[in-house]
Design a protein around this ligand. Structure first.
Ligand code: ZN
Length: 208
């Protein structure tokens, strides 16, 4: 049995998102969130109306309140309605806020959960290899608890969305790759267990 989510990748003009980067980002994310597979069902190259400049997008303002980002989310959903997660690679290195290079948000529409990730060229360097896996973590940890949607980290004592340990993938300052560290050690068993209960996950039989 394989557990997977369907992913639509959108590439905005100016995004440094060649095949090697996409492959690297998703293979690394699969190593960390094993056994979850990210099944890329569509890759879309966006038109110039979705060009983003450096520091154009805000991390603190909700995506739905930023007209261009909101339009991008609607466009992506229309292009690939069955995707569970939309990963939008954009140009520029940073968000408006200092040192922010990516952001994830989950939306529930008509009872259906979908995840959106915006990731800049700042995440293309090797030292930021775990950025996509971290943002996917925010989406995979989104669940319904006692009738309320939450994306809190299951190990965070005060209910925040990040993990207190600086070696953990979900720390607010995402750790850099170290050769001695196994990818599966970047998350706790509790985080993995929570992700494996994500309502986004689908199953497919491995039998032919
Ligand atoms: Zn985060």
């Amino acid at each position: 049995m394989t557990l997977y989510v369907n992913v639509c990748i959108c590439i905005a003009p100016g995004a440094d998102a060649d095949y090697d980067r996409l492959k690297r980002d998703f293979l690394c994310s699969e190593d960390i969130w094993y056994p979850i597979r990210f099944s890329v069902t569509r890759i879309v190259r966006l038109s110039s109306s979705y060009s983003f400049a450096d520091r154009e997008i805000s991390y603190l303002t909700p995506f739905t309140e930023q007209p261009k980002v909101n339009r991008l989310m609607h466009h992506a959903t229309a292009l690939s309605p069955r995707a569970d997660i939309y990963v939008c690679y954009v140009g520029g290195d940073y968000f408006q806020e200092d040192n922010v290079i990516a952001c994830a948000c989950s939306r529930v529409s008509n009872g259906i959960l979908k995840g959106f990730i915006v990731i800049t060229n700042g995440a293309a360097s090797h030292s930021n290899l775990y950025t996509l896996a971290h943002e996917l973590g925010h989406i995979l940890l989104t669940r319904r608890e006692q009738g309320v949607w939450t994306n809190s980290d299951p190990d965070c004592p005060d209910g925040g969305v990040h993990h207190p340990n600086s070696q953990n993938l979900m720390h607010p300052i995402i750790p850099s790759p170290k050769s001695w560290r196994h990818p599966e050690d970047l998350i706790t068993s509790n985080q993995r267990r929570t992700a494996l209960r994500s309502p986004l996950l689908k199953e497919k039989s491995n039998r032919r």
